[in-house]
Design a protein around this ligand. Structure first.
Ligand code: SF4
Ligand code: SF4
Ligand code: FES
Length: 362
């Protein structure tokens, strides 16, 4: 059986990691050839979506190599990279891909040997883990041009043919509020005028949130959101795609989560010793509680009959006695932590939260 060769995608910083790889090559050092190198100007350029995309497209491991701390040519790019990689690792664990499939290394231009040994070591580790479960798979099958309706049919189906150009859609659109150049009314008008190419290439086609607000306001119930969705499908058949926000990281994440081969580990962050609290009552427990309450109420009624004066301490002591007579424990888990200690913990947590919030705001 041929030896399994894991596929590694390497994002190497131009100034250090890439130069290190270059040196390994010119020094004729041998290392596994299963790495595909992508040169980036700085490790800080590597966004989580690059890594997710690599896994989505069949990578078994991803290596990010940058300059040693303090040597980054853009001062703090590698520090950003470190934070991002940490967060991406957590994401990979939740996705069930495994954080150990992602590796961050500092490799200088003079460290050809280190580069070669990192690749050897990473390859070995990935080999022992086996191939990534994701594998390369086509998730989206683009529609063919003959599978989508003509713009005229779309206008008919979505009732846009009857648009009165009242502008209610534009006045309620949250995108128009931010970008006055975007107007659903205008888009419908262009489509009605037969300017198909203008509609399909307009960046507004991809700005729409398909939030349904315009449709709610439209007096003719024109299905603008549906018109937009269908126009997008039509644009895609012509090779026109919108630019996803945040480089499409959310889309990539959704695709990875929806991949049938993904075995998510979403609860992996819960400590093993954690127990599930029972916050419901079984039928038998409810019946027993009912009987206890009945006993207590009977006692209370009896005291009223006898016109006995009762104070709170009397009720408490009766309740304790009643529970003990019924062989029940009184507040079994009380006293694990004092009020003072709890207050201290809560105050500490609030201070932590506030300082984190402050940092986010600055
Ligand atoms: S609200 Fe309806 S009728 Fe009015 S302009 Fe918009 S799509 Fe046309
Ligand atoms: S569906 Fe699109 S055009 Fe209509 S209100 Fe929402 S963002 Fe605006
Ligand atoms: S320039 Fe190399 S990590 Fe920033």
């Amino acid at each position: 059986m041929p030896e399994y060769n894991p596929k590694i995608v390497g994002f190497l910083c131009n100034w250090c990691g890439y130069a290190g790889a270059d040196l390994a090559g010119t020094s004729r050092l041998s290392y596994p050839t299963n790495i595909r190198i992508i040169r980036v100007m700085c490790s800080g350029r590597v966004e989580p979506v690059f890594i997710l995309n690599a896994f989505e497209n069949g990578a078994d491991g991803v290596l990010v190599a940058g300059c040693h701390p303090g040597d980054c040519h853009y001062r703090s790019g590698n520090q950003h990279a470190e934070k991002r990689i940490d967060k991406t690792k957590k994401l990979l664990d939740l996705l069930g891909i495994g954080s150990d499939r992602l590796r961050l290394e500092w490799i200088s231009a003079a460290e050809g040997e280190k580069f070669a040994s990192v690749i050897k070591d990473f390859t070995e580790k990935l080999r022992s883990k086996g191939p990534s479960q994701i594998g390369k798979e086509a998730h989206l099958v683009p529609l063919q041009p003959n599978e989508v309706e003509s713009v005229h049919d779309l206008l008919k189906r979505t009732k846009a043919l009857y648009c009165q150009e009242c502008g209610k859609c534009s006045s309620s659109c949250p995108i128009t509020r931010l970008d006055p150049a975007y107007s659903p009314r205008l888009a419908v008008e262009k489509a009605l005028m037969g300017l198909e190419d203008t509609v399909l290439t307009d960046k507004g086609l991809w700005s729409c949130l398909t939030c349904y607000l315009c449709r709610q306001r439209c007096p003719l119930d024109i299905e603008y959101d549906e018109l937009i969705r269908s126009c997008r499908a039509k644009a895609a058949t012509k090779g026109i795609f919108g630019k996803c926000s945040h480089e499409g990281v959310l889309h990539s994440l959704s695709r990875l989560m929806a991949n049938p081969k993904t075995k998510q580990n979403r609860l992996g962050w819960i400590p093993q010793e954690a127990e599930i609290a029972k916050n419901y009552m079984l039928e038998t427990e409810l019946r027993q509680l009912y009987l206890l309450v009945e006993q207590f109420l009977a006692y209370a009624e009896f005291q009223i009959e006898r016109k006995n004066v009762m104070y709170m301490k009397d009720w408490v002591s009766y309740l304790d006695n009643m529970l003990q007579t019924n062989k029940l424990k009184i507040l079994a888990s009380k006293g694990k932590i004092s009020h003072k200690e709890m207050e201290k913990i809560v105050r500490k947590e609030i201070a932590k939260f506030n300082s984190k919030n402050k940092r986010l705001k600055t």
